[in-house]
Write a protein that binds this ligand. Structure first.
Ligand code: SF4
Ligand code: SF4
Ligand code: SF4
Length: 402
């Protein structure tokens, strides 16, 4: 009998015992990707490689279907960029109009408001870049990104949490935006159910400590939800995201691919330090998704910044983190585009699919004239009406995990 991964009270993954042949592939995947023994960090990579479909995320979409059918609730969904590029093939969307078509589908299945998690990512970028500037002043390095809850679990277990940014992840930011900020302008007459559509299973656990978010559903669950809603996709009317949290910069969108958070934070940090946009020759140096590790050096005029991006814990274990000032760490190979909640072929055709989805996000950034989180008028309004000064005392209270 082959060894297999074991889960103890796992809030993110379940195994269907009747389907499991004890082939041991899940264990091999876990060793290759994370090399962490039995300390599951909920990345979900074993789900993607189980040949029998015996491993699945804990499903929440049935409960959401019930809320969608109950007129006593206002059901709001925010969509992550990495989820939307995966749905192009699954829902047969036009790649040039995929986001609008998806928003239309979400409205058709009954969501009352549809927002963009990339706006939350813009807030994460602003706060994390200001935190990085504080670290520069204190000469306290490295600062390591905080978006990936699986990485954060690993950091706590391995005494690395002192390096992890206190800035909240994009979905926690989005939870605040939807529950506390949009409600200042919209009179939601019913009780709000706040749903996040993510490529990630780990985020099902991440939200357990907040009242701002009610459910995380994965990309795969969204496909089931659409299928069970019996809507006619031909009759969907493409639509924009709702205002207040629907006009993210492309910095917020590239969070979905490895190197994207690093890139976004560097652009904003450069702007806050030098009072000008990052020069074109320094842009997009971290976004190549061909390898799990990359390092770069940036000339910030007053000093040089050494940065690295790394995905998978196995890869992280090979590097000396003290060589860098700023590091992006993601648990899944290639970042969230390859998350455990993505469609099942994501890992079987791993490299090809990963690169394809990464390119879609990079193209959005390249073709956008709106590349920086600090330019977002929605982000400026969120600070003006709810928080105050970016990086200030109230920001730390509301937008950081202290
Ligand atoms: S990969 Fe799937 S079938 Fe094989 S041991 Fe793991 S859970 Fe069972
Ligand atoms: S979810 Fe990730 S860490 Fe947990 S057993 Fe599967 S591959 Fe390993
Ligand atoms: S890399 Fe992204 S999808 Fe994977 S565990 Fe981290 S946050 Fe979730």
């Amino acid at each position: 009998m082959n060894e297999r991964v074991e889960f103890d009270k796992n809030p993110c993954i379940q195994r269907i015992e009747e389907k499991c042949t004890r082939c041991g592939l899940c264990k091999k995947t876990c060793e290759k990707v994370n090399n962490i023994g039995n300390d599951c960090i909920k990345c979900g990579q074993c789900i993607l490689t189980c040949p029998m479909g015996a491993l699945v995320p804990k499903y929440d979409y049935q409960q959401i279907l019930n809320y969608l059918n109950d007129t006593n609730y206002t059901v709001i969904i925010s969509m992550a960029p990495a989820a939307r590029v995966s749905l192009i093939n699954e829902l047969k969307l036009n790649p040039n109009n995929a986001t609008k078509e998806l928003v239309g589908i979400l409205r058709k299945v009954g969501f009352d408001y549809v927002y963009d998690v990339a706006v939350g990512a813009d807030l994460t970028t602003i706060e994390e870049s200001l935190e990085f500037i504080e670290r520069i002043k204190e000469n306290n390095f490295p600062l390591i990104t905080s978006c990936c809850p699986s990485w954060k679990k690993y950091a706590i277990k391995h005494d690395l949490d002192k390096y992890v940014s206190s800035t909240k992840s994009p979905i926690k930011m989005q939870g605040y935006i939807v529950k506390e900020y949009t409600s200042k302008f919209i009179n939601y007459s019913n009780k709000v159910i706040n749903v996040m559509l993510m490529p990630c299973i780990s985020k099902k656990e991440e939200i357990l400590d907040t009242d701002d978010i009610d459910f995380v559903i994965t990309t795969r669950e969204l496909i089931y939800l659409v299928n069970e809603s019996n809507i006619d996709l031909e009759t969907v009317i493409p639509s924009d995201f709702d205002k207040l949290a629907g006009n993210a910069s492309s910095s917020g969108i590239i969070f979905g691919t490895s190197g994207g958070v690093l890139e976004a934070v560097l652009r904003s940090a450069y702007y806050f330090i030098n009072n000008e946009d990052m020069p074109k020759n320094l842009l997009n140096k971290n976004l190549d998704n061909n390898s799990l590790f990359m390092e770069n050096t940036y000339d910030f005029k007053k000093f040089k910044i050494n940065v690295a991006k790394v995905s998978t814990m196995a890869e992280l274990q090979k590097i000396d983190i003290h060589k860098y000032h700023l590091i992006e760490v993601m648990a899944c190979p290639g970042g969230c585009i390859n998350g455990g909640g993505q469609p099942l072929n994501a890992n079987n055709e791993n490299d090809e699919k990963r690169l394809e989805k990464s390119k879609l996000l990079q193209d959005i950034d390249i073709n956008s004239s709106y590349n920086n989180s600090y330019s977002s008028s929605e982000v400026k309004d969120i600070y003006s009406y709810g928080i105050g000064i970016p990086g200030g005392k109230n920001s730390h209270k509301k937008l950081h995990d202290e």
